[in-house]
Ligand binder design. Structure first.
Ligand code: G1P
Length: 277
């Protein structure tokens, strides 16, 4: 059973400066909920109720968000505003939260290895909160089913326009069916010419604990950073790594376009729900 989910949240969010100067990018809201809350909700829906954060400087607001503020609760108790806190209060009660810090930005692979102290020797999920995903069934829940069947590392992928592959880790391999591909090749941020396909990894992973030793022997790659893509490429040669085309939609909330698109999507949903009510 997988119960832990790792949230690497140490990144600076420079694309959203100055908004991210003094607050974590993961706390930027889509309507009234911060990005990180969508991620924790997706994990909890899949039964991954132990949230493990790899944080950095300036990220205290995340820990505060997943804690109770008694004064505030007391003040709005019995008023019409009370239910505005209900969804986060429920999540606080449902999950446990633990934190460790990455002291230097050495890449996503390094961030995941930093989380080993919180994860231990068990398989776990990874959610990058920048990638906000929606679907009838949560993406992590879908991936859990893939893990249960194949008992190997799983990465979520989607097709992207070939001119955009350089933003992603890109995979190719042996396609089993419409949704499953056994990974043979993975390249981090290739040029369109180097890319093995247009199947891009999005920020959802299920990893087995073997990944930690593998990351430790992965040399720095693109941008001089230890890349999880490179570690998974090593692992794919030693054991199976499965790429899964998820059902649903992803918003790249690490970019202004994606962030606005997500905001519009959730706003339309909210208005439709209000009209239907
Ligand atoms: C990271 C990963 C990349 C993946 C992407 C998904 O890149 O390194 O392989 O495709 O997340 O969002 P980043 O967006 O941190 O540059």
């Amino acid at each position: 059973m997988i119960v832990k989910c790792l949230f690497p949240v140490a990144g600076y969010g420079t694309r959203f400066l100055p908004a991210t100067k003094a607050q974590p990018k993961e706390m930027l809201p889509i309507l009234t909920k911060p990005l990180i809350q969508y991620g924790v909700e997706e994990a909890a829906e899949a039964g991954l109720t132990q949230a493990c954060f790899v944080t950095g400087r300036n990220k205290r607001a995340i820990a505060d968000h997943f804690d109770v503020v008694y004064e505030l609760e007391d003040q709005i108790k019995g008023t019409s505003r009370e239910d505005r806190l209900a969804c986060i209060r429920g999540l606080i009660d449902e999950c446990s939260y633990s934190y460790t810090r990455q002291t230097q930005m050495r890449g996503l692979g390094d961030a995941i290895l930093t989380g080993k102290i919180l994860i231990g020797d068990e398989p776990f999920g990874v959610i990058l909160a920048d990638d906000l995903c929606v679907g009838d069934e949560g993406i992590m829940s879908q991936m859990l089913k893939v893990y249960e069947k194949y008992k190997c590392c799983v990465v979520a992928v989607e097709e992207v326009p070939i001119e955009e592959v350089s933003k992603y880790g890109v995979i190719s391999g042996k396609q089993l069916d419409e949704r499953h591909t056994i990974v043979e090749t993975m390249v981090e941020k290739p040029t369109p010419d180097e890319a093995p396909s247009n199947l891009a990894i999005i920020g959802r992973y299920i990893l087995t604990p073997a990944i930690f030793d593998t990351i430790a022997r992965t040399p720095p790659g693109v941008n001089g950073e230890v890349q999880i893509t490179d570690a998974l490429q090593i692992l794919a040669k030693e054991q199976m790594v499965m790429a899964y085309r998820f059902k649903g939609k992803r918003f790249d909330c690490g970019s202004i376009d994606g962030f606005v698109e997500a905001t519009n999507y959730f706003y339309t949903q909210m208005k439709q729900a209000e009209e239907g009510a």
